[in-house]
Ligand binder design. Structure first.
Ligand code: 13P
Ligand code: SF4
Length: 313
């Protein structure tokens, strides 16, 4: 089938089934272009909570589609490829978390949204890269906190809040490697550029340690993916070095003609995000696959920390 026809058919099936297509900022350009909403984990969760569509087709990775299914239990949620996983979500199991909690029975447990439903069900609060600081700040200062699973996001939250957290030592294989880049050299290479850094990055902690002011490093800012997109639009800079998955550059360039964006590392590609293609989206709508269903009891337990997060911000 010709691409044009496929796009027409996807839109037709979407209308016919009262479906909404949600896509993460790292998706391939064709998917971003056809989606009804493109955003970060928090924005996508909010959209899943708000939508009056009957069907959500989630173009992202499995934990994101699962979160949508937990938030909207009365809606059908499809993911075009069930293999689209996440190395960070795989870095902790519910069993490991239960053992960790047993060693810290009084602690409040905060999980990054990049976890399975089984892990979320064991937690008190959920957070994303855009609200992790506010969530931790909302917990009374005298409470011990277990923060999981990302060690770099945990380190970032510790630095910004000044609180000591017990941080699980997980990491995303894509962002961890961004720690190998030498920021000082990049600054020499692009002296006029502003640095946009995702807190999952291995370089985010070193960037903040060099910082004298709050979480801004010399000319660098740490944001969620949608925060980076906002900053790219609002900043007066003409050049940016972008430290996250390279899929975000498509939207940055599209929304900011005249500005130039350099990936901190052009090999920062999440193979899981790239598993979702236009062909698979077409098949998903046509063949009603692959449904992401979370059993009722588990969904109810996993919903609690997500709802608490959405109430805070
Ligand atoms: P954001 O919520 O910032 O989009 O991050 C999600 C993610 O998986 C980053 O790798
Ligand atoms: Fe998971 Fe990393 Fe891919 Fe984000 S970039 S979805 S954290 S594997």
């Amino acid at each position: 089938m010709e691409k044009k026809e496929m796009i027409f058919e996807i839109n037709r099936m979407k209308e016919q089934r009262n479906a909404v297509i949600l896509a993460h900022n790292y998706q391939v350009p064709e998917i971003q272009d056809i989606a009804d909403f493109v955003g970060d984990s928090l924005g996508l969760s909010r959209k899943a909570a708000e939508t009056d569509a009957d069907l959500i087709v989630f173009c992202g990775v499995h934990f994101m589609a699962e979160t949508a299914a937990i938030i909207s239990p009365d809606k059908k949620v499809l993911i075009p490829d069930l293999e689209a996983g996440c190395s960070l979500a795989d870095s902790i199991t519910a069993e490991q978390l239960r053992a960790w909690k047993a060693d810290h029975p009084e602690a409040v447990v905060v999980t990054y949204i990049n976890t399975t439903a089984e892990v979320k069900a064991e937690c008190d609060y959920c957070c994303t890269s855009s609200n992790a600081v506010s969530i931790v700040e909302a917990i009374p200062e005298d409470r011990e906190i277990l923060f999981l699973p990302d060690k770099f996001l945990g380190g970032y939250v510790e630095m910004v809040t000044g609180r000591k957290l017990n941080v699980w030592q997980g990491a995303c294989h894509v962002h961890e490697k961004i720690g190998d880049i030498n920021l000082a050299e990049k600054e020499k290479e692009y002296p006029d550029a502003e640095f946009l850094i995702h807190p999952e990055c291995g370089c985010s902690t070193s960037c903040m340690m060099r910082s004298s002011v709050y979480y801004d490093c010399k000319d660098g800012h740490i944001y969620s993916t949608s925060g980076m997109l906002r900053r790219a639009q609002e900043s007066d800079a003409d050049e940016f070095v972008v430290a996250t998955e390279t899929g975000i550059l498509y939207r940055m360039e599209k929304e900011n003609p005249g500005k130039t964006f350099y990936p901190a590392n052009e090999r920062s590609v999440c193979e899981f995000m790239k598993m979702i293609t236009l062909e698979k989206l077409y098949d998903s709508l046509k063949q009603d696959r692959f449904e992401v269903h979370v059993p009722d009891l588990l969904a109810k337990r996993a919903l609690r920390p997500i709802e608490r997060m959405l109430e805070i911000g």
